[in-house]
Design a protein around this ligand. Structure first.
Ligand code: MTE
Length: 300
């Protein structure tokens, strides 16, 4: 496993006073190298200050461990994450069950500090460690006929108390169009803050699609299937009127039950001002072209 750090600062370097200037200086340097966009799009303008370890690991959505925000932190220790393998199948040249350790031996892990925006209108800034999904797909060899990528979370009721309740049709399923999956921003995260991913955050590997609502970022993945059909996805199956397949962050398109124009940044305290939500969560320059010809004012 190789390490490539696209952000020269780790969380250890981030002090409330110093980080803003340091990060701006580094972003300026990285822009010169043409790395700015990979490191997180509009972050050059708003100097992303990561949330705390405590915020990121104690306020979670992982319904397999319960629907309360603190249930995953309380229960996800029950999950066995080693050994772990990921089946990659469908329209690929080298289908098979890939051992997580073998995957890690091939991948280049880097740090990406991304905005993370939940459809429930809260948000965080998370320093992820991971590799590009495109690199994993290349390992399996995507065939020309493939148009979509489907993902599945582990379904192991003996270790997942939340699955006793049929809040969703388990296993948790998600999907992307192939060009979305191949976008350099699309990450398979294996860590946060330079440490292995905690179970409540989706150990040992989860998807991170920073321009989409958080529910697209499926946790603890055991299967990736390439197909020419748009795959069914859990939240869309559960309530298609409220959760579309695309679910790109868009402040102009309200959820049927609440506005998406603003968000509450976790860790800001009870009386913190809500902040405006950015189009494509701030990654418009990198991803807007994927949706040329689609009416972005419409719910998808
Ligand atoms: N993946 C699985 N398997 N189960 C889930 O309940 N919740 C989703 C997503 N991935 C979820 C999941 C939702 S709604 C969000 S907002 C993010 O995970 C939360 O990620 P975090 O807890 O790391 O912040």
């Amino acid at each position: 496993m190789a390490y490539r750090w696209t952000n020269d600062l780790t969380h250890d370097d981030v002090t409330p006073q110093g980080a803003f200037l340091n990060r701006r200086q580094i972003m300026a340097g990285m822009a010169g190298l043409g790395l700015g966009s990979l490191a997180g799009g509009a972050q050059a303008q708003d100097a992303l200050e990561p949330n705390s370890w405590e915020d990121v690991t104690s306020y979670n959505n992982y319904y397999e461990f319960g629907t309360g925000k603190d249930d995953p932190a309380d229960n996800a220790h029950l999950l066995t994450t080693s050994p772990w393998s990921v089946t990659i199948d469908g329209m690929v040249d080298r289908p098979g069950e890939y051992d997580f350790k073998d995957i890690m031996a091939e991948m280049t892990v880097e740090e990406r500090i991304y905005r993370f925006r939940c459809v429930e209108a809260w948000s965080m800034v998370v320093p992820w460690n991971g590799f590009e999904l495109a690199d994993l797909l290349a390992m399996a060899g995507v065939q020309d006929s493939a148009k979509y990528v489907a993902f599945e979370t582990l379904y192991r009721p003996s270790e997942m108390p939340g699955t006793a309740y049929r809040v969703l049709d388990w296993p948790y399923r998600e999907g992307l169009r192939l060009d979305e999956a191949m976008n350099p921003l699309t990450l398979m995260a294996t860590g946060i803050f330079g440490k292995d991913l905690p179970n409540q955050n989706g150990a040992p590997l989860r998807l991170v699609v920073p321009w989409k609502y958080g529910f697209k970022s499926i946790k603890s993945i055991v299967r990736i299937t390439l197909s020419d059909q748009e795959p069914p996805t859990s939240w869309n199956m559960s309530n298609g009127r409220e959760y579309g397949f695309y679910s790109n962050v868009n402040p102009q398109v309200s959820h049927p039950r609440w506005s998406q124009a603003t968000e509450r940044r976790i860790g800001g305290g009870l009386f913190a001002k809500r902040q405006p939500t950015l189009m494509f969560n701030g990654y418009e320059d990198e991803v807007a072209s994927l949706y040329d010809g689609m009416d972005l004012g419409k719910f998808y």
